[in-house]
Each structure stands twice: as C-alpha cells, then as structure tokens.
Design a protein around this ligand. Sequence first.
Ligand SMILES: [Zn+2]
Length: 61
Amino acid sequence: MQPGTLTRPELTAADRCDRCGAAAKVRAVLPSGGELLFCGHHARAHAAKLRELDVELQSGA
Ligand SMILES: [Zn+2]
C-alpha cells in the first residue's frame, strides 16, 4: 500500500508514451494504483481495453 499517491503531478513534455515514446497526452491510472502513459494515438487505440479494466484516464496538458 502506498498512501498519499492520489495526487499526481501534471503530465509534462518529459513524460513519454509507454508504447512508442511520443509525448504523453493521457495518464491511465490502474485500479491497482499503477499507471501508464499514452500519446493521443495509443490512448485511443487502447481506450476500449482500458475502460474494460476500469482504468481512470486523465488528460494532461
Ligand atoms: Zn504512443
């Protein structure tokens, strides 16, 4: 358990898509507390699966 992790920093230009290395536009927070970063393309590509997993999507700047 990691208390106090609900507040996450905003995505920045330094954050990269976990799939292709492009600038991350969306953070996907998993029910387990883990997170994935996606560019716009991969966020759309994985959107259906992420919803299925009850992932919370947070849009960055
Ligand atoms: Zn990507």
